[in-house]
Write a protein that binds this ligand. Structure first.
Ligand code: NOJ
Length: 460
């Protein structure tokens, strides 16, 4: 691995900070949605707000040289778009703490915690939200741009748009295909607006986008399967990646959509901004590939397992007329129905680099598990094996020519996992949520340190 390779771990503001109503922070859609429905929430979570120094120090002691985190819009700007100095102060402290520990900050501007007042005005269905996001980003660049060299506009547009507008299990909990397409378009437009701002003002460093990457495989080599794979790739990946890197939404996807839906809000002036403002690099979050077969029957149906073992085996994706996702009987799956398939990372990185020819970072990779953290060290051998196999896949991809410049495991420490709550643990460091958020490194933390110290050489 090159000496500049980023070896890190990742978190997101809502999932780890806690302090949901401290220091003049306003409410996000997640605060409101989880409170109103009495769902498990991130009010306290890992309380990174008060533990960030300890957390960053542990990253340093664990050999890591980069920390991927997100900025909470709700801490930085209030409802009247006024800057909240306490929010600026908090992120200044995080960034400065990273730098003092030789940790390169890798910043996500938006990791799903939209201010609730913007949702009330239409959220991502309204182009005003795109311009509000631009204003927020301008503040981030102005206050933090002197020290940040890696920016990403959005984390996983597919995941928050599809869950929020199609499946309906994330706020704003809509189930409407037309809205899904519109929200998706606005998010990609907003991303381009922010890239434009970054470039026009000549901020130092690079800007990218983070995608929930699901490389597509087919069950066989038939033409019907290849067509299903193309549909699945457009649905899973291309509308984010092609749009961000080439500045073009795949034309066969638009052709298909325009037959059924009104897409006149995709105005020429917006498309021009998308075309002219493409990203410098891609952040790819990899958890699994997607295995597909041609569509057979049934209505469009998307079921995500948010309940873990109680719902094991219930996940389903059928897009009517396009494709169906199938399980692989030979693979292992997590309790949340994620196929464990490291080869997908190797193939996916090679494919992405061949197609896009820009630097790639694996911005998330990790395994969710039920763990008892109440005493002693968590001996998470399954996480070590998972990370080992995925790092080997990454190294193979580099050997095959892919320009991969960093790896961030999800997550730096245990945190709140959206609808899965806190019992789905991903951290290198255990957080005892019942006992003052005490932190204890897991076996994987020490193992990861040894991997970093060997610069990947002890990956088997
Ligand atoms: C992707 C998301 O970015 C993150 O917020 C989430 O918790 C992890 N995947 C794990 O599911």
């Amino acid at each position: 691995m090159k000496s500049t390779f980023l070896w890190g771990s990742a978190t997101a503001s809502y999932q780890c900070e806690g302090a949901w109503n401290l220091d003049d922070k306003i409410e996000s859609i997640w605060d409101v949605y989880l409170h109103e429905n009495n769902f498990e929430n991130g009010d306290i979570s890992s309380d990174h707000y008060h533990h960030f120094e300890e957390d960053i120090k542990m990253m340093k002691e664990g050999g890591q040289n980069s920390y991927r985190f997100s900025l909470s819009w709700c801490r930085i700007l209030n409802q009247d778009n006024q800057i909240n100095p306490k929010g600026i102060d908090f992120y200044n402290k995080i960034i400065n703490c990273c730098i003092a520990n030789d940790i390169t900050p890798f910043v996500t501007i938006y990791h799903w915690d939209l201010p609730n007042y913007l949702q009330e005005k239409g959220g991502w269905l309204h182009s005003n939200t795109c311009y509000a996001f631009l204003e927020f980003s301008k503040v981030c660049f102005a206050y933090f741009g002197d020290r940040i060299r890696y920016w990403t506009t959005f984390n996983e547009p597919r995941w928050f748009v599809f869950n929020g507008y199609f499946i309906g299990n994330y706020p704003p909990c809509h189930q409407n295909i037309e809205e899904t397409i519109k929200a998706a378009f606005h998010v990609m437009f907003a991303s381009a607006l922010v890239v434009q701002e970054f470039k026009q003002k000549n901020y130092p460093g690079n800007i990218g986008i983070v995608h929930s990457y699901s490389p597509v495989d087919g069950i066989d080599q038939t033409l019907a399967t290849k067509i299903a794979m193309r549909y699945a790739d457009n649905y899973c990946n291309n509308w984010v990646l092609d749009t961000a890197v080439f500045g073009e939404i795949p034309i066969d996807l638009l052709t298909e959509l325009s037959k059924k839906y009104d897409i006149s809000y995709m105005k020429e002036e917006y498309l021009k901004i998308i075309k002219n403002n493409t990203v410098d690099f891609l952040g790819l979050n990899y958890y699994s590939r997607v295995l597909v077969k041609p569509y057979t029957s049934g209505e469009t149906s998307l079921i995500v397992n948010n309940s873990g073992k109680k719902a094991k085996g219930t996940s389903k994706v059928i897009i009517k007329g396009w494709f169906e996702q199938v399980a692989n009987p030979n693979s292992k799956y997590t309790e949340w129905d994620t196929e464990i398939y490291p080869k997908g990372l190797q193939d996916g990185l090679v494919k992405a680099y061949q197609k896009y020819q820009i630097p790639l970072y694996v911005t998330e990779n990790g395994i969710g598990y039920y763990e008892d953290v109440s005493n002693g060290i968590v001996n998470d051998v399954y996480r070590i094996s998972y990370m080992n196999d995925h790092l080997l896949a990454l190294i193979n991809a580099i050997d095959l020519g892919a320009d991969v410049r960093g790896y961030f495991t999800w997550s730096s420490f245990d945190l709140y996992s959206w609808k899965n709550g806190c019992e789905k643990r991903y951290g290198l460091v255990a957080v005892d949520f019942d006992n003052q958020q005490i932190r204890r490194p897991k076996a994987s933390y020490h193992w990861y340190k040894s991997v970093i110290l060997s610069n990947g050489k002890n990956i088997k």
